[in-house]
Design a protein around this ligand. Structure first.
Ligand code: FPP
Length: 249
């Protein structure tokens, strides 16, 4: 269990867009490819290039935490070819980007249930997490075999176990306790959740964490999602007022 007592980090807010946590549902790869008569995997490959560009752009966009939904607990229902293709794209991304991520101050971590993933991918994930664990400029989290309900279920099991062994007093539990049992225990809650491709669903992404997040649904398909599109979204986001359930001051 990754339980720890450290206070959750909070983003710095020292300028427009500074220290933001932006989470992205990268949707539309399949349609982008289909529009061109190409196999879906070509869309995913192009999507991987957009990930590389966005990661590089984050420091100048003022994004300190970037969380990307790469593979959901529901994505296993896709064809074997597509699942294997996505898994291989993720392995290749880790191998190809390791040096650059390390050099450019990016700390890469994963959320989701990794126990169902191939052992060599799990090993690679653990390796890159250790390789980049001293980095602090950008905190990149990639969700693989992630689902919000699955995460809450796994956290509940761990909580119940800790109550049963006397490690946790149920009466002392707060919302913060729950946050610390989630995969995202090392992240602040997202300020902004972006979903691309015009779909307006949450799709089981960060259900607990996004309780007060702003949502932006962009019509752009993920393979066309440039850093400039993100910059425009952030400018619009900067003009929204977040009241966290309170009233305007
Ligand atoms: C959704 O598009 C996209 C995915 C299920 C995969 C996202 C993965 C990547 C962009 C690959 C690289 C990721 C990293 C972190 C290197 P879709 O296939 O559901 O599109 P559709 O709705 O048009 O069919």
């Amino acid at each position: 269990m990754m339980f720890d007592n450290a206070a959750k980090p909070q983003p710095e807010r020292s300028g427009p867009g500074a220290g933001l946590h932006v989470a992205v549902i990268m949707d539309g790869n399949g349609r982008w490819a289909a529009n061109r008569g190409w196999p879906r995997l070509v869309g995913h490959r192009k999507g991987g290039e957009r990930v590389r560009e966005l990661v590089e752009a984050c420091p100048r966009l003022g994004i300190r935490y970037l969380t990307l939904y790469a593979f959901s607990t529901e994505n296993w229902k896709r064809s074997n070819e597509e699942v294997l293709g996505l898994m291989s794209l993720l392995s290749r991304y880790i191998r190809a980007e390791a040096k650059r991520l390390k050099r450019e101050g990016v700390r890469l971590r994963f959320i989701g249930d990794r126990t169902r993933l191939a052992p060599d991918l799990q090993e690679l994930m653990g390796w890159i997490e250790a390789e980049t664990d001293a980095n602090d400029l950008l905190h990149l989290s990639v969700a693989i075999n992630y689902g919000g309900r699955d995460e809450i279920t796994r956290a509940s099991r761990a909580l119940a176990r800790d109550v049963a062994t006397g490690k946790l007093d149920p009466d002392a539990m707060t919302q913060d306790t729950i946050s610390r049992y989630l995969d995202t225990h090392f992240l602040p809650d997202p300020d902004l959740v972006v979903r691309t491709s015009g779909e307006t669903r949450v799709s089981n992404f960060l259900l607990w964490q996004a309780a007060y997040s702003e949502y932006v649904f962009s019509p752009v398909l993920w393979p066309d999602f440039t850093p400039q599109v993100m910059a425009d979204i952030l400018t619009a986001f900067g003009q929204r007022e977040r009241r966290f359930g309170g009233v305007s001051s």
